[in-house]
Write a protein that binds this ligand. Structure first.
Ligand SMILES: CC(C)(COP(=O)(O)OP(=O)(O)OC[C@H]1O[C@@H](n2cnc3c(N)ncnc32)[C@H](O)[C@@H]1OP(=O)(O)O)[C@@H](O)C(=O)NCCC(=O)NCCS
Length: 372
């Protein structure tokens, strides 16, 4: 079966999570993703949080499926020569090194354009170009704080809390994947490649769009009616942390289910949408609340919202082998996605070199120089 990205060759110069999440997604859709790693060590996640001695860690395998692995020391003259050959024959180079690493390696954007003007170069950095922090290296939680997400999670009387969901890492990779696909579409029209970049701060901020909405409303009217502080509590001049509030206009909260005393996940998220109020009153044994002016409308209910939630909680509710991973989060009607295992370090080194036109002797020379 042909796949949408068949024929698209990607130099995957990524590591840890933000970059690998992006290139794995493109691999799911058929791109030939060649992961370039330092000989001997490779991506640091191969050995991070190992659960099986000697096997690549799940951290690596779950972010690097559907790729080939080439070991290459791009700081040696021979390694640079191979990377140049790859740039000349590829469509996209994706990287998430610390700021300036590619330039120091001798592969500035200007140099890449000289080698292949059709190449799309895609980068993840912590902060965008021109930002006063553009030179900083950044990991997940810094991005969650700098992009505003941490200020929205946790409870209003506690400190900002980071989320375990990779809002800075994988989320930025997903944004970058959209950028790469857009640049590929544009290349079809212009014949030219371009530089695409997404900063982790911006990708997090993009997810906090509705909180910026709330800040502007708060600035204007001084309160936010969908937050539990309304109408009795007080607001400061910044949007309060949401706790488990709905935030989308309907009140909601996390409620206990049967077994919550021993099962840490025996909870349900419960939202009271306007039109669902009447059936909810029946389900919780309070049918009289359906017509009671003190409960009938969302505005009337707001100051009793925690009593209502309390009533609902009282209701009685009913060399690794196989590993679990997560496939494409996006589904297609005409594309079956095959999820393949991640490669061991350097598994495809000779194969990729042969693809680039290197003969037996040349390959032996590169091995002898420890460039691959
Ligand atoms: C993630 C991050 C903090 C890790 O930092 P780090 O471990 O110090 O690694 P760097 O990316 O800075 O790379 C270190 C060096 O390895 C070199 N290197 C990497 N692969 C190489 C290879 N195959 N051959 C030779 N050198 C290589 C780089 O060129 C760099 O060299 P230099 O800085 O001495 O010039 C940093 O890469 C970063 O900020 N990336 C951008 C933001 C990002 O993606 N963060 C989220 C990661 S999930």
């Amino acid at each position: 079966m042909t796949k949408p990205l068949d024929g698209v060759r990607i130099i995957d110069f990524t590591h840890v999570q933000a970059g690998p999440a992006c290139t794995q997604l493109l691999g799911f859709y058929g791109a030939d993703v060649i992961k370039v790693e330092r000989p001997g060590s490779g991506d640091v996640t191969r050995s991070q949080l190992r659960d099986l001695p000697g096997a690549d860690a799940l951290y690596f395998t779950m972010l690097n499926g559907n790729k080939r692995s080439l070991t290459l020391d791009t700081k040696t003259p021979e390694g640079k020569e191979v990377l140049e050959a790859m740039i000349k024959t590829s469509d996209v180079l994706v990287e998430n090194f610390g700021p300036g690493a590619l330039d120091r390696m001798g592969f500035s954007w200007e140099r890449i354009q000289e080698l292949n003007p059709k190449l799309i170069m895609a980068s993840v950095k912590g902060f965008s170009e021109g930002h006063s922090y553009e030179d900083l290296k950044v990991y997940e939680n810094v991005a969650q704080c700098a992009g505003g997400a941490a200020s929205t999670t946790g409870f209003w009387d506690g400190p900002p809390t980071v989320s375990a969901a990779a809002l800075g890492d994988s989320n930025t990779g997903m944004h970058l994947a959209i950028g790469i696909l857009t640049a590929l579409m544009q290349r079809q029209k212009t014949g030219k490649g371009q530089k695409v970049s997404c900063s982790m701060q911006d990708a997090v901020l993009n997810l906090c769009r509705v909180k910026l909405r709330d800040q502007q409303r708060l600035d204007k009217i001084g309160y936010l009616e969908e937050y539990p502080q309304y109408p009795h509590g007080s607001f400061t001049d910044v949007v309060p942390r949401g706790g488990n509030a709905g935030g989308g206009g309907q009140p909601g909260w996390v409620l206990k289910c049967k077994g919550w005393e021993t099962d840490p996940n025996a909870y349900i998220y419960f939202t009271i949408q306007g039109h669902a109020w009447e059936p909810i009153t029946r389900a919780i044994g309070k049918p009289e609340w359906a017509k009671d002016p003190a409960y009938m409308t969302p505005e009337a209910r707001q100051d009793k919202i925690f009593d209502i939630f309390k009533t609902i909680e009282e209701v009685d509710h009913k060399v690794r082998g196989k590993y679990l991973t997560i496939g494409s989060p996006i589904k297609f009607s005409d594309l079956e996605i095959e999820v393949k295992p991640s490669p061991v370090l350097g598994e495809h080194t000779d194969e990729v070199l042969r693809d680039l036109g290197y003969g037996k002797e040349d390959i032996a020379r590169l091995h002898a120089a420890k460039a691959v």
